[in-house]
Write a protein that binds this ligand. Structure first.
Ligand code: GRF
Length: 198
């Protein structure tokens, strides 16, 4: 599986994926829309090719998406992996990568789409939280869910303690799902995740 990972910041999920590289899964490039993304330093230290494409350099979303697509397609990826990538991608882009575009979202989707999930989960008084890996479609955080991991919410949790607990689980979930995809264990068909084995 040839993988290109898109980041905007810390890149801890990217790092977790890179650390599980093996004969089935190879990270070909890291692309960031921010030159100051901390994750770029890790990628460079690992000698992984990096690209920075700032959305500020393009007239509109379509122009940015097209440049991003051209950059990614140099690597003929089997999977394009959003890992803390903070830009919304347009229809053309999403359709181009249909069935091979992944995201991880810090909530038990379909609950708590969007930003600030940890704060909102606490405010809502939930007892359980987690993260979801899903195929990306035009519906923001609404694409078919592939796998989830749950964590308990503890009485003294703050946004930070909860975020840390969820993130630790994300670092297992995302590489695992990509390894399963590499092994052909599931695919997207007519908007549904089909498992060939589980
Ligand atoms: C993670 O919480 C992920 O679920 C969300 O953005 C955060 C990215 O963190 N999509 P990192 O950049 O992978 O450390």
């Amino acid at each position: 599986l040839n993988v290109v990972i898109l980041i905007s910041g810390r890149g801890s999920n990217m790092q977790a994926i890179v650390e599980t590289e093996d004969s089935l899964l190879a990270v070909r490039a890291i692309v960031s829309n921010r030159a100051d993304a901390a994750g770029l330093r890790y990628a460079q230290a690992k000698n992984i090719t990096t690209h920075v494409l700032s959305h500020h350099d393009y007239a509109d979303r379509t122009a940015f998406d097209r440049a991003l697509q051209a950059c990614i397609d140099q690597y003929a990826p089997d999977a394009v992996v959003l890992a803390g990538f903070m830009r919304i991608l347009g229809r053309e882009f999403v359709q181009h990568y249909a069935g091979r575009l992944f995201n991880i979202h810090p909530s038990l989707l379909p609950d708590f789409k969007g930003l600030d999930t940890h704060r909102r989960v606490l405010e809502a008084g939930c007892r359980e939280h987690g993260a979801s890996v899903h195929f990306v479609t035009e519906d923001l955080d609404g694409g078919p869910v592939i796998a989830q991991v749950k964590v308990p919410i503890l009485p003294n949790d703050t946004e930070d303690t909860l975020a840390t607990r969820v993130l630790a689980k994300e670092h297992y979930l995302y590489p695992k799902v990509l390894q399963q995809f590499a092994a052909g264990e599931f695919y997207l068909h007519n908007g549904q995740v089909v498992w060939t084995q589980k």
